[in-house]
Write a new protein. Structure first.
Length: 774
């Protein structure tokens, strides 16, 4: 007889369970409460909808803005996005989004709206992000929203299309990992130092396959904005998501925000949200203990977020590394970064400073930076120091507090909201070999511009570095001579936004009269017994994969990130095709110092017989980590690759691959090095037999008798089925879930489209939302 005892659950388990629309043996179909959309990863998704004659299922659960490739220059003379964005491809992505939100009725914050900003700043700021919700976006830093106790993760463009069409997503249960931070952070140490320290310890593959829960005294003491900075970088630790249990600090932050529940719905929400914590005795698959007193200001020296060191450290020496692949990685990073082993970190001089990004562009970050620079001036050697607020509302709040004046007096450039130099898809980039102190989250090769050199750090550390011209331990600074800027509480910020955006309450969606009141855990139970809709033919959108034989190319590199697979300058497209030219660009091409031309390197895919490789054999962990860009599998398949074999993969990349007929196979590093790498190094062929889950040599000898793959993924790939067609067969389950959700979680049902009204001094935008008059 099955046990009736209720097992203690983690926060992740609870939120996951409350969103199950349908569960089968291996995967679950989860309902998506909140979908954020931006211009870079959505065009192909909307195109897919249009081609299939589908609509956006829940416009009330969808919010779009432009952020990645928009200029951050003054918008005083802004008339429309088509004339404001100068770069052709970026303009096309922006105008395509504006057309799509219009065609599909999606609410949108455009450049003439004060609420525009980086998606991950906008969602929480508006109260769109709420505890216990599922939040997705075609962007890896969706993990940010986990700070509210939401299950929030980045998805690829095919999944964006899936969510737009079905309001659901197919998920596999991740493992639970607890990051427990004990003690108290010393004065001057921020959550950015903490998260860099954590990633320095567990590594960029440390959280692979897991949802991280951050807990402990230190986490409970943090403000919401600091918590967001931590969860933001959970993706840099390789995790599916990062979560923090909601508490009074969370509730106070949300209360009164424009899209947060009001009145009786607020009270109902609150009583549910209070249950969202890990139960005593719940099982974690792994636990990492972090001692807060060990942490001092932390920066990165290399080209991976795990290259984090305390500011009193020195640049590492590859001679101290025994693993040959890791050693080669350090050598390459040192060369790329132009650093000499054993140099004290405080001796690293800088060219530029960037304070912004979805990690650190909120009001608290700007206050911290302003507190450091007030009354001082940036060093004469600093060529440019930028402050880019995360949203128009953050900018406005900072201006209310006079922070813009503090920054400008200190020689900083005060900009408009957007992603800006975090990845430089807009004009804000570093020149080759320029070195930047950046409050962003990624220091990959070429991240802030071709051959750019990025050091990640906190806003206070970046501000101090701007003043000194080199890194410095900001604690000396803060303690000695820096006056504090007056600080309004977070609560006041929320209220000040509310004054302008106070909304009339609209009635919640009416439940169907036939719907029964569900008991607390009954959504999953009820929906799991719903009848299956008659089978509709599944759309066949991906090339089927049965047995593939071809040349296997060897690659001995750890942490190959998706920025390296396809750099940002190739993301400015609204198509899925033609990306071969950008594949592994930083590895396949190098700049000739004499001619200034980019020339082919001897990277494996440039060399015969590998120019026709179908299989990539990677002898390094964490292939495809970082950004959610589905352009990575698009570029790999455009080159002709059908299979990547590696010890581990970035979670989002792994998912994206299957949607494009690219088979990622996980095999241990030892086995790859012993059995597959030698075959690839000899330039021989391998056969991948997916139906039998085997790898064979060209002569038919079985080299790997069995590899693991999830049943459902195999089924889709072998048959070339796309998920949307299959999910639409579960329409009855989705309907049933929606019906029950409208009762149990009625506080999520207010239709924010109706709630949004013009803000003071605004004019109506052509997209049915309110435009802020700049
Ligand atoms: C463009 C987008 C796909 C990407 C991401 O997923 O993270 C970007 O935001 C980044 O930071 O690299
Ligand atoms: S990481 Fe950078 S580019 Fe990506 S969403 Fe955040 S700010 Fe934008």
């Amino acid at each position: 007889m099955p046990s009736t005892t209720i097992q203690p659950q983690t926060l992740y388990d609870k939120v996951f369970q409350d969103h199950v629309v349908h569960q089968d043996e291996h995967s679950a179909l989860l309902f998506v409460d909140r979908h954020l959309v931006h211009e870079v990863t959505s065009p192909q998704a909307f195109e897919g909808l249009k081609n299939a004659g589908r609509k956006v299922r829940r416009t009330d659960c969808t919010l779009a803005t432009v952020d990645h490739n928009t200029p951050t220059t003054k918008r005083t003379n802004f008339t429309d996005i088509a004339s404001f964005v100068k770069a052709d491809q970026a303009r096309l992505q922006c105008t395509t989004l504006e057309q799509n939100v219009k065609d599909f009725g999606v609410r949108y914050f455009g450049l003439n709206d004060a609420r525009q900003g980086i998606v991950h700043v906008v969602g929480p700021e508006q109260g769109f992000t709420l505890p216990g919700t599922t939040v997705v976006c075609g962007d890896s830093h969706t993990s940010t929203h986990g700070a509210f106790g939401a299950l929030a993760f980045g998805i690829g463009t095919s999944e964006v299309e899936h969510v737009l069409a079905t309001q659901t997503i197919i998920q596999y249960k991740s493992k639970n990992m607890l990051i427990h931070v004990n003690g108290k952070l010393s004065p001057g140490i921020t959550s950015k130092d903490l998260v860099l320290h954590i990633i320095g310890i567990i590594g960029t593959a440390g959280g692979t396959g897991c949802v991280l829960e951050f807990a402990g005294d230190v986490i409970s003491d943090l403000s919401m904005e600091s918590r967001m900075s931590i969860c933001n970088m959970a993706i840099e630790a390789g995790a599916r998501a990062g979560m923090i249990a909601p508490d009074q600090i969370t509730f106070d932050y949300i209360k009164g925000r424009p899209l947060a529940p009001k009145g009786a719905e607020w009270e109902k929400a609150l009583s549910y949200w209070k249950t969202l914590k890990t139960d005593e005795g719940a099982h974690f698959d792994s636990v990492v203990e972090i001692k807060a007193q060990d942490i001092i200001p932390t920066i990165t020296w290399g080209t991976s977020p795990q290259d984090a060191l305390p500011i009193n450290g020195v640049v590492p020496d590859p001679e101290n590394e025994s693993d040959p692949i890791k050693k080669a990685g350090i050598v390459r990073a040192l060369q790329y970064m132009g650093l000499t082993p054993n140099t004290p970190l405080v001796d690293i001089t800088l060219d530029k400073v960037f304070i912004g990004s979805c990690t650190n562009s909120r009001i608290e970050d700007l206050r911290a930076a302003a507190a450091v620079v007030k009354g001082k001036h940036i060093a004469s050697t600093i060529k440019h120091a930028m402050i880019v607020p995360g949203s128009g509302l953050v900018k406005r709040q900072a201006e209310k507090e006079g922070l813009d004046k503090v920054f400008e007096a200190a020689g900083f450039d005060w900009r408009e909201a957007g992603c800006s130099m975090c990845l430089g898809m807009n004009p804000d980039i570093l020149d080759p070999e320029e070195r930047c102190a950046s409050t962003s989250n990624r220091n990959f090769e070429g991240r802030q511009g071709a051959l750019s050199r990025t050091h990640l750090c906190s806003p206070a550390m970046a501000a101090a570095a701007a003043i000194e011209g080199h890194f410095i331990d900001v604690r000396k600074y803060l303690i000695s001579d820096s006056p504090q800027v007056s600080i309004e509480s977070d609560k006041k910020l929320a209220e000040s936004q509310m004054e302008e955006e106070k909304q009339p309450k609209t009635p919640a969606r009416q439940p169907s009269p036939a719907a029964e009141q569900p008991t607390p855990n009954s959504i999953a139970e009820s929906t799991s017994v719903a009848p299956v809709a008659p089978a509709a033919p599944a759309a066949s959108g991906i090339p089927p994969f049965s047995v593939e034989t071809g040349v296997a190319a060897p690659l001995c590199q750890e942490n190959v990130d998706t920025d390296a697979i396809i750099p940002k300058q190739f993301l400015n497209t609204i198509k899925r095709t033609g990306l071969k030219a950008g594949l592994f660009y930083p590895l396949r091409f190098t700049k000739n110092e004499v001619t200034g031309q980019w020339e082919e390197t001897n990277f494996v895919l440039n060399v015969e017989p590998y120019t026709k490789a179908k299989i990539l054999v990677v002898a390094g962990e964490n292939f495809g980590c970082g950004s959610s860009r589905e352009h990575a599998p698009w570029a790999l398949t455009d080159f002709g690759l059908r299979c990547i074999i590696a010890p581990s993969f970035g979670d989002i990349f792994y998912n994206n691959s299957f949607k494009n007929g690219l088979l990622p196979i996980r095999i241990s590093k030892e086995v790859i090095i012993e059995k597959l790498l030698p075959v690839a190094e000899r330039g021989e062929q391998l056969s991948i037999d997916l139906p039998n889950q085997q790898i064979l040599s060209s002569s038919g000898e079985v080299i790997i008798p069995h590899f693991e793959i999830e049943e459902f993924r195999k089924y889709c790939l072998v048959n070339g089925f796309d998920d949307i067609g299959l999910t639409l067969q579960k329409e009855e389950y989705i309907k049933k879930y929606e019906q029950l959700r409208s009762i149990k979680f009625s506080f999520l049902e207010e239709d924010p489209v109706k709630v949004i009204k013009p803000v003071k001094g605004s004019k109506e935008s052509p997209f049915g939302v309110n435009a802020q008059d700049w």
